[in-house]
Write a protein that binds this ligand. Structure first.
Ligand code: GLC
Length: 478
């Protein structure tokens, strides 16, 4: 099959969150299944010279975006069996921040037009156009009319993946004709209309031939207002074509046997190296060099839906267990401040790393004992899977992909790959964490067995890529 995969961020070129990781690894897995996969993304200012050197300029043309005809240059790069198209327009993308501009609606409408118009210019006949989140949500809508106009798009079906329903692309109705270039017929209740606005994600859920989200549990949760952020009715109305498929991770990139970022490599056969990683982490984070103290870690954006009200409220309880703690990430000031204060109050035992750092994250995945992720909502979550690969046991709330990827410890059978709790409740979280810490102190044999279970769990894309393939076949009737 010919697959065009559209995403506003793709690792390793440009990344702000988990979407980039998925867009950077799912296409490869699909290519390995024998498909012709091409990924299209904006050529942002921040995409570095080392990548630009490897690109070749293919062509340029002018896009149709309402009354505008902006320039669109296409650069091509081939890597790991996948072709990447970079969409160049300096007016829209020569800016340091990738999101958060006054004209984001126009910038991503432009990009979505580029996704629709590029196949006709490069002579690619996609069977599937796979779009992701609100930034490419207009693509399935454009495709409704465009597949009658462009021969290359005649056989194309659209698949839309929701990575996070919280960000929907909601704008005033004035953007419909003037920016999106769509007429009033698209502004009805089973398309873009949403109260007095237009809602791009809503439109995509109606217009796409199929909709997926990034875990089976999240697909279930989207039926409830608590998770669906105003789109529960829309999800219910389209339930017949919505399915959850758990993300994978790049298991070659995250491999404790060969990760060069670790102080010492290790494997599920021999965990000795992990002790050295722990010592290195304690050194790096300014924690006391104590091989016996369990290290509880958080690597995350410090925002409320990641559960940081629970974490910041439980600091003293956690310190009371004798554990050490390290938090890495930036975000809301009140959480940053709570962690800075904790570091000041518990020197050598609490480490607040208020920054974003890949090397530090690797040191944590490798050296910590417990990975705390009590998200209020988590469509999939990737870091709990990465932590498990490195034998760092997750403590998670049972929601979305956390529920689908972590098997809670069963004290009767000894099975499990981590620990979990059900309610958004600080007491419940500390209870789960205490249970974990007690096991760490009291029963090292079971602990090591859990580590091995976690490390040998299959988080590769192989399984999920097959599920996507099934969706592609279903929509194309192939
Ligand atoms: C979003 C979600 C996260 C998911 C990621 C990749 O960032 O919040 O849970 O893992 O997308 O699908």
């Amino acid at each position: 099959m010919n697959i065009l995969f559209a995403s506003s961020e793709v690792a390793p070129f440009i990344k702000s969150g988990g979407l980039a990781d998925v867009a950077g690894s799912l296409p490869q897995a699909m290519a390995q299944l024998g498909h012709d996969v091409r990924v299209i993304l904006p050529l942002y200012e921040r995409i570095g010279g080392e990548w630009r050197e490897q690109m070749t300029f293919l062509q340029n043309y002018n896009i149709h975006l309402a009354w505008r005809t902006p320039y669109c240059g296409i650069f091509e790069l081939k890597r790991d069996g996948v072709t990447y198209y970079f969409v160049d327009n300096e007016y829209y993308f020569k800016r340091w921040e990738i999101y958060g501009h006054f004209d984001d609606a126009e910038r991503f409408a432009f990009f979505s037009r580029a996704v629709i118009e590029t196949p006709g210019h490069v002579g690619f006949f996609p069977d599937i156009i796979h779009c992701n989140d609100w930034q490419t949500a207009l693509v399935p809508i454009y495709l409704l009319s465009e597949r009658n106009l462009v021969p290359e798009l005649r056989g194309a079906k659209s698949v839309f993946t929701i990575h996070n329903i919280e960000y929907q692309g909601r704008y005033g109705r004035e953007v419909l004709e003037n920016v999106f270039g769509l007429d009033q017929s698209y502004c009805h209740e089973r398309m873009l209309a949403y109260y007095n606005d237009v809602n791009m994600m809503k439109g995509a859920i109606y217009a796409a031939d199929y909709v997926t989200t990034v875990s089976p549990s999240y697909a279930e949760e989207l039926r409830y207002d608590f998770y669906a952020h105003g789109l529960a009715g829309v999800v219910a109305d389209n339930a017949h074509k919505i399915r959850g498929i758990l993300n994978g991770i790049d298991v070659n990139r995250y491999d404790p046997r060969k990760d060069k970022g670790l102080a010492k490599t290790f494997s599920d056969k021999s965990l000795k190296g992990k002790a050295e990683c722990k010592a290195a982490l304690q050194e790096m984070a300014g924690l006391e060099k104590d091989p016996e103290a369990p290290i509880v870690a958080c690597v995350s954006r410090l925002v409320s839906h990641k559960g940081f009200d629970l974490v910041s409220g439980a600091i003293h309880d956690i310190m009371g267990t004798g554990a050490q703690m390290v938090v890495l990430g930036t975000g809301e000031w009140r959480y940053e401040e709570a962690f800075r204060q904790a570091a000041w109050q518990y020197p050598g035992r609490f480490s607040a790393q208020i920054m974003y750092s890949d090397p530090f994250a690797t040191a944590i995945y490798g050296g910590a004992d417990l990975f705390l992720m009590p998200s209020v909502a988590e469509p999939c979550g990737l870091s709990q899977m990465i932590a498990m690969r490195y034998g760092t046991l997750p403590v998670v709330r049972e929601t979305g992909g956390l529920r689908d990827s972590v098997q809670p410890y069963n004290q009767y059978t000894g099975e499990g790959t981590g620990f979990s709790f059900a309610n958004v409740d600080q007491g419940d979280m500390t209870w789960a964490l205490r249970q974990a810490i007690e096991l760490y102190y009291a029963n090292r044999k079971t602990w090591t067995a859990l580590q091995k279970n976690a490390m040998t769990s299959d988080f590769s894309w192989t399984r999920s890529a097959k599920d996507y393939e099934e969706v592609y076949h279903w929509v194309t009737g192939g």
